[in-house]
Design a protein around this ligand. Structure first.
Ligand SMILES: [Zn+2]
Length: 83
């Protein structure tokens, strides 16, 4: 099994909520999202999802998961740090 190496004891380069110092939970909200899902109907009448496409037309905002502060200005950094 492959294990990701996560540096410990590192205090720089982490996203930290300026309001409550939360550095663990964050959530992202996207406006005006169009989700297109493709289904294939099977012989027995059931459906199997094939693929789905998400198109975001509006703004994407990032919030602190602890105090709900708007931390959208970190969003670009946030995207770069998703592995
Ligand atoms: Zn917060």
């Amino acid at each position: 099994m492959k294990k990701l190496q996560i540096p410990t004891g590192q205090t720089t380069g982490r996203l930290v909520c300026p309001e409550c110092s939360n550095d663990k939970d964050f959530f992202e909200i996207a406006d005006d999202v169009i989700v297109t899902s493709h289904y294939v109907q099977n012989d027995d009448g059931s459906f199997t999802p094939e693929e789905s496409d998400t198109e975001i037309l509006g703004e994407i905002r990032l919030y602190c998961g602890s105090c709900n502060a708007d931390v959208t200005h970190f969003h670009k950094y946030f995207l770069e740090m998703i592995f």
